[in-house]
Write a protein that binds this ligand. Structure first.
Ligand SMILES: [Zn+2]
Length: 661
């Protein structure tokens, strides 16, 4: 057999999962859309490159106006007492508890505003701000912010709703400067703004904030996309989504408004080019820079013309004026600003890595060896709506912090920015979680009343969120009359609880009955060696590419073939009373079970540990250095090695108790 090229993994790795907000418990989508994938990958890497070479961190996103607003509302309704911090802490602890119930093995699940991680995060935030400021990547800008004259307050981002100004946007909600689909714009661009306090159109007041000069990095980011297309496993839709933002500033004006013709309008606008196709209802005006586009917007506004803007990079706001946030270092007399929660949450995983390193007695400055070293790689599992923040704002700021200027030629071969793994949404019963529906989407914890953590882990991995949104349709949440056929959520879990569980048990019972509770010695057959190697190499490649649903296919095919091999040959051995054949099949089956266990371990760790305990083999069974070794390589003393006795009717991979009714 020709040797296949195997993927290369880094020496060290950091895995992060998008941070849940501190105003809620975990929703099924947090677990099913992100954490299961991140945890499976982190567990795989620990097996593949060594337990001590992987740090998996995430945490509660503590700050931000929605959290403060929810808190105030609950206090007003008399539903909670205590401080805002108490409220966030309660949610943080609940999130942590639920992640534990799902067998998530994070090195640290922290909170950006609490305890030691909160302290370190303040230091990191200050340091990053000062570095960006000192190297002239920040700009102080007065921009209009919404103000509600009835309530006499400046409104925060979420207190204003309207329509997204980005051409073609399908979002159902848009806030002061971002829409529900993650488009960014300036507040004065929002269409039909309404204050959620008074319900009236708010006024605009100028407020001064710090902005990061994100738009300067447009060309650099284009270069990064070209590099990623050639040299990485970055998902295609990630690159496509990012590239949509890397366009020149554009304004679309409906042709029918221009009674005096295009030429008279063109004369009033700053330097631009136009695309004027008679068949299209809009004329496209392309500008060299944001400044010119904004001058053009003023001209169009003054003429009373309607228009839409195209996606383009705009300065990225770093600060805001809500109290519940980390204080921004005072510069140039601006002394009452706090960090906007988005930028601060982008560097929170660095703060968490430092916190973790300190907690295990290492120097927290070692974080650089994990985040920046060429021997290391950072993998960030994020939601599709957050690509703008992680894929654009974070990458550009990363370049700035590395001292790479926007005009510099970037050597992408040696600039080690995080690798993003964006997942699409898991929809509940074909609907987005935010949309109204008769059936309320379940919280992550509730699902465990009906399914085991391992059944759900298998199912969520099988959904294929790498390409498109997929519906999650647990039968227990459907009305009785709509429940047809088997529960789709159990399909992939059944592979473990039925097929594989039966095979493992059969191996043990056969060893107990015919071979003194020992694994017989012997050469594994070519057929099984070949089958196993193929499964291992396919699995490894899919893991490398974060194609989790393909991993589930590989396991399905492999385990079913092993099982078929067992059933066919054992039947013949029993019929012929052929103990040599029985021995050979058992040798082969134990080898297959051993290989499959290593592959299943990142997904169903608790059950796999139970099998290991009964096999009485060392933890090296999880270590990929042993992936092709015979099972005897895992025994202390091959001559005397005995299995742990398996009583009748014991299951390794268990169903949920509710499934026995
Ligand atoms: Zn939008």
């Amino acid at each position: 057999m020709r040797e296949r090229k195997r993927p290369e993994f880094p020496k060290r790795a950091v895995v992060t999962a998008g941070m849940p907000y501190g105003n809620k418990e975990l929703h099924f989508g947090h677990v099913g859309g992100l954490f299961v994938h991140a945890d499976t990958y982190a567990r795989f890497l620990r097996d593949r490159i060594g337990k001590d070479n992987v740090i998996f961190v995430s945490g509660t996103d503590c700050y931000g106006s929605p959290i403060a607003a929810n808190y105030r509302q609950l206090v007003e309704e008399g539903k909670i007492t205590g401080s805002l911090e108490d409220y966030v802490r309660k949610n943080y602890e609940k999130q942590k508890e639920v992640l534990d119930k799902y067998d998530m093995n994070l090195n640290l699940y922290a909170a950006s505003g609490l305890d030691r991680a909160g302290e370190i995060h303040k230091e990191v935030s200050e340091k990053i701000f000062n570095t960006l400021y000192e190297h002239d990547y920040l700009v102080k800008m007065s921009t209009p912010q919404f103000y509600d004259p009835d309530f006499k307050v400046l409104l925060n981002g979420r207190q204003v709703v309207g329509k997204c100004p980005i051409d073609g946007c399908q979002s159902d909600k848009a806030y002061a400067d971002e829409c529900a689909l993650g488009h960014m714009y300036m507040p004065n661009e929002l269409i039909d703004p309404k204050s959620v306090l008074s319900g009236k159109k708010p006024e605009l007041r100028d407020v001064t904030n710090w902005y990061y000069k994100l738009e300067d990095y447009t060309e650099a980011l284009k270069g990064q996309m070209d590099y990623l297309k050639q040299h990485s496993t970055a998902r295609k839709y990630l690159i496509k989504t990012i590239e949509e933002f890397l366009k020149q500033p554009i304004i679309y004006v409906k042709r029918k408004q221009l009674e005096d013709g295009v030429a008279s309008l063109q004369a009033k606008l700053p330097k631009h080019t136009i695309i004027d196709e008679p068949k299209k209802p809009s004329i496209t005006f392309i500008f060299d820079n944001l400044n010119d586009r904004d001058k053009a917007r003023e001209v169009l506004d003054s003429m009373g013309l309607h228009f839409r803007t195209g996606k383009t990079l705009v300065p990225f706001r770093l600060s805001g004026n809500i109290d519940w946030g980390i204080k921004v270092p005072e510069k140039e007399g601006l002394d009452d600003l706090t960090f906007w929660v988005w930028p601060e949450s982008l560097w929170a995983p660095i703060s968490f890595t430092k916190t973790y390193l300190e907690s295990i007695g290492e120097d927290k400055d070692e974080w650089k060896n994990w985040w920046l070293s060429e021997e290391s790689k950072v993998y960030q599992f994020i939601g599709e709506d957050n690509i703008y923040f992680y894929g654009i704002a974070e990458m550009a700021m990363g370049l700035s912090l590395l001292g790479i200027d926007s005009k510099d030629q970037v050597d992408w071969e040696h600039v080690n920015l995080p690798h993003l793994v964006p997942n699409n949404h898991v929809l509940f019963m074909d609907k987005k979680a935010s949309s109204s529906s008769d059936i309320k989407p379940p919280m992550a914890e509730e699902l465990l009343d009906h399914y085991t953590a391992e059944q759900l882990r298998m199912h969520f991995l099988s959904l294929g969120l790498a390409k498109k949104s997929v519906s999650f349709m647990p039968q227990v949440y459907m009305p009785e009359e709509e429940r047809q056929g088997p529960d789709t959520v159990l399909k992939d879990g059944n592979l473990l609880t039925n097929v594989f569980n039966r095979l493992v048990r059969s191996c043990f019972y056969t060893a107990q009955k015919y071979f003194d509770t020992k694994i017989p010695h012997g050469e594994v057959s070519e057929e099984i060696l070949h089958l196993s190697k193929d499964a291992v190499l396919n699995y490894e490649m899919h893991m490398y590419r974060h194609d989790f649903h393909r991993i589930v296919y590989v396991l399905d095919s492999y385990i079913r073939k092993l099982n078929k091999y067992w059933v066919n040959h054992m039947k013949k051995a029993d019929t012929d009373e052929n103990n040599d054949l029985r021995k050979q099949v058992l040798v082969d089956a134990f080898y297959g079970v051993k290989s499959a266990l290593t592959l299943i371990h990142p997904i169903a760790p608790t059950s796999c540990e139970m099998v290991r305990d009964y096999l009485q083999v060392s933890e090296n069974i999880w270590n990929w250095d042993y992936i092709f070794e015979p099972i005897s390589a895992l025994m202390d003393d091959v001559a005397t090695h005995e299995l742990k006795y398996l009583e009748p009717r014991i299951d390794f991979f268990k169903k949920h108790e509710s499934q026995f009714k």
